[in-house]
Structure formats: structure tokens, C-alpha cells
Design a protein around this ligand. Structure first.
Ligand code: HQG
Length: 180
């Protein structure tokens, strides 16, 4: 498979399944699932070449495991990262004592006063290791890694969820739990 093509389609799929299914007039159900046949037909209507084999390859080989099929592969959704409201029915999971958040310098003063907020997404995203957080922060410039005291948050009653592709999610991280 041509990696340029699979990467391009994967980016477009992320955008459609997380943020804007209406771009190709696709309907997602309340759990974020799209019908695979409908997705392929809609791609075709916009002259985007996609068939099941290519979609299957993208789901199985995506570097961050961003997408999942249902059991019989008739439906597909993004595992996390949505800005549109979808109910992923994630299981609440006890977090590691410390998780990490990669960001950039220019957001720090706001984060110090407001804590970490979901911004445009459905959750605050946290990483299990500093290396991953460095990549996340690096998307926006020179990465700054914040250490989150999740053990203390959990004790205080904050809930954490682990997505199917191992991204830690929570609703908010108050500044008192962040080591800057
Ligand atoms: C920052 C990628 C000001 C926050 C990654 C971040 C991730 C604040 C930005 C996933 C703030 C939001 C998500 C506050 C947070 N004031 N700025 N109070 N609170 N911020 O993209 O975590 O490759 O929504 O630090 O790997 O960067 O797309 O979140 O810089 O898992 O699959 O506001 O996206 O995954 O940005 O990234 P985002 P994120 P994919």
C-alpha cells in the first residue's frame, strides 16, 4: 500500500469520524459509529477512492490505532479524539499514579489558572509515558510536558477512562494536580 495514500485517507477519516461527518453527508449514530458501506459510497460520491480492503488496511495498520470496526466489520468509528458529542461507553479505569500531558509554552499561563480543559474535544487527553506526551505537545511547537497527579485526582473522585487505543481521558484537570 502507498503510505502517502493511506496516511491521507487516515487523516481525512479522523476528521470525518471525529469532527465533521456532514462534510461528506455521512451519518454517525449516538455512539459514533458509521456504516462501512455508506462510508465507502459517500467517499465515492466525492470522488475519493476507498474500498473495504483499503479501509481494513488503514484500520489495522494505523500508527495510533485511531479507528475500530465493530465485530462483523459493518461499522467503523474513531476510538477517541471527538469534538462532536458521541457516547463511546468507555469503562471507567483507575489511572496510573502519574500521567502526562504534552502542550506548549503559550498555553501555560491559562493552564495555571484554569487547569487543563477539554477545549474543542470531548475529553482532556493524557498519555501514560513522557515520550508520547512529547509527541502530542510537539504537534504545536516545542513541547512542554506536564505531570498530572492522577492518583490524588482519583482519590478525590475524578473519573478516568482508557480509550480502545490506550489514550487516557478525563473531563478536567484542576491546576492543583498539575506539576509544571
Ligand atoms: C491546551 C492527538 C489553554 C492543551 C494527540 C492542548 C492527542 C489549554 C490544546 C489528541 C487549556 C488542545 C489530543 C487551557 C488545555 N487554556 N490551553 N485551560 N487546557 N489546553 O488537540 O491533548 O494524532 O484538543 O494543552 O495524540 O493536544 O489526532 O488536545 O495543547 O491524543 O490521533 O489546548 O490528539 O491525537 O488541543 O491532543 P487538542 P491534545 P491524534
Amino acid at each position: 500500500m502507498d503510505s502517502k495514500i493511506t496516511k491521507g485517507i487516515s487523516k481525512l477519516l479522523s476528521y470525518i469520524l471525529r469532527h465533521s461527518p456532514e462534510t461528506i453527508k455521512l451519518k454517525l449514530d449516538e455512539n459514533g459509529w458509521a456504516d462501512v458501506n455508506e462510508l465507502i459510497v459517500k467517499f465515492d460520491l466525492y470522488e475519493l477512492k476507498l474500498d473495504f480492503e483499503l479501509l481494513n488496511y488503514i484500520v489495522e495498520n494505523n500508527d495510533k490505532n485511531r479507528f475500530a470496526f465493530n465485530e462483523d466489520k459493518t461499522r467503523i468509528r474513531a476510538n477517541q479524539g471527538h469534538s462532536i458529542p458521541v457516547e463511546l461507553n468507555l469503562n471507567e479505569t483507575e489511572p496510573l499514579e502519574y500521567l502526562y500531558h504534552g502542550t506548549v509554552e503559550k498555553f501555560l499561563s491559562d493552564i495555571k489558572t484554569q487547569g487543563l480543559q477539554k477545549m474543542s474535544r470531548q475529553h482532556v487527553h493524557l498519555s501514560a509515558d513522557q515520550e508520547t506526551a512529547t509527541k502530542v505537545g510537539g504537534r504545536r511547537g516545542k513541547p512542554v510536558i506536564l505531570t498530572i497527579n492522577c492518583g490524588a485526582m482519583h482519590k478525590a473522585g475524578y473519573k478516568f477512562y482508557l480509550s480502545a487505543n490506550n489514550v487516557w481521558l478525563t473531563d478536567v484537570v484542576p491546576a492543583e494536580y498539575i506539576e509544571f
